[in-house]
Design a protein around this ligand. Sequence first.
Ligand SMILES: Cc1cc2nc3c(=O)[nH]c(=O)nc-3n(C[C@H](O)[C@H](O)[C@H](O)COP(=O)(O)O)c2cc1C
Length: 454
Amino acid sequence: MTQTKVRLRRDAELAESEGSLRVSAPVGALGLRDLPPGAVAALGALAAGDVTEAGLTAAVVGGDGEAGLFRWNMLVRRLAGGGLLEYSVDGARLWPVGAGPLEPAAAPAPGTKVKLSRFAVATAEDGMLTVRSPRHASAVELAPRTAGILGALADWTTPAELAEALPGVPVEQVLRFFDAAGLLTRTPEDDDQSRAQWAPRDLWLHAHSRGPRVTGRYGGTYPLGSRFGPLPAAPPAFDGRRIPLVPPDMEIAAKSDPSLTEALERRRSVREHDAGSPITVGQLGDLLYRSMRRRNAFTSPDGQELVDRPYPSGGSVHELEVYPLVVSCEGVEPGLWHYDTAGHALERVAEPGPATQILVRRARASALLEADPQVLLVVTARFGRVMWKYETIAYSLVLKHVGVLYQTLYLVGTAMNLAVCGLGGGDAGDFAAASGLDYLTEGSVGELVLGSKR
Ligand SMILES: Cc1cc2nc3c(=O)[nH]c(=O)nc-3n(C[C@H](O)[C@H](O)[C@H](O)COP(=O)(O)O)c2cc1C
């Protein structure tokens, strides 16, 4: 049988200071005092790379005698309990990605029915397949020669059947690794509503964006900080026509607006527009100014240019932009425009055509409109503004910001007596085609239909 080897987790370091040793990893550290020489040697072997239990025992006994083994075994338990060890067999490896204890599980009995979890995801990394379950803080790496076990686990099977079907694969150990990483199921995973309702993609986003322990890398870690610089607060200007907008008089607005309570109580999603008297450039400009203009910009100590707008934004990164797609607005030609939040102006992005029509048609269908909306406000995110700084939570932050902006547009729209209705779905591919923007750099993340109220 293939032997399981063990080593310190790949992101851990073993260091000596003032006579004591310390194992430290991004998720935690363990200080070790007064270790006898055999244990120190064995710890050094764990830090150097994969080592068998026999190799560790030899190091301990060589320095501390048989009597040293009890203490060593206690130490190994502490390292495993702190999630500081990774385990390997020929062609497979179990490693802690986040925080929490990790040890290979007991092997499933040869006749047990098992299957790969329907939530498991495999990604190709450095010539290996990394397989993960969304809620577990560990991963299993499979070499190509072992990876056939994934296909064999696509349907119910048993360890005995797997061993027969996959000669040369250390099935028992790989299944122990899979079990420890939450990748095996023994019962259907959709037989009750609480599990059936989750699609793998949704559970992944939820478990990771709400699970600091699952990833170990969570929040403002600057995942791209050492490789790329921060993006400027403003996107590159579009070089087409430009319509300067006149800022509203905020003192007049403050006096004539309904109270906050009134605006909240009056707010409705209004889908019908007044075709006889379409929204005007002044109203469109005022709505955007009051909801999302740049009020201020400043540089953070991390070098990123930050922004202040009327609605809040995690880290003040303000990655959202708005593209009014105009069908009928007095004073603005139909077509796709970008709102310049710093200069309070509209910039021409694209003439009306088949690509913009698809966006209008989709919005019309999702709001069940009888006519084209006067304006479709497409909300985009410049992903790099958030993803440069935030890890794991970046996309969920963007979605939170979309919600904050929606409500701000709803309330200002209510105060201005405009018809506003947020939409729940849209096609980022269609927006990329209409705008010419790179899908991965800046993409649509929300839409609202906007018009004059009947
Ligand atoms: C995030 C979000 C997505 C929405 N998606 C749609 C949509 O796709 N189509 C639609 O007609 N209304 C949509 N709405 C509007 C809701 O249907 C509306 O808020 C709900 O019916 C309650 O009505 P009220 O806004 O007048 O209170 C959405 C609202 C929000 C906040």
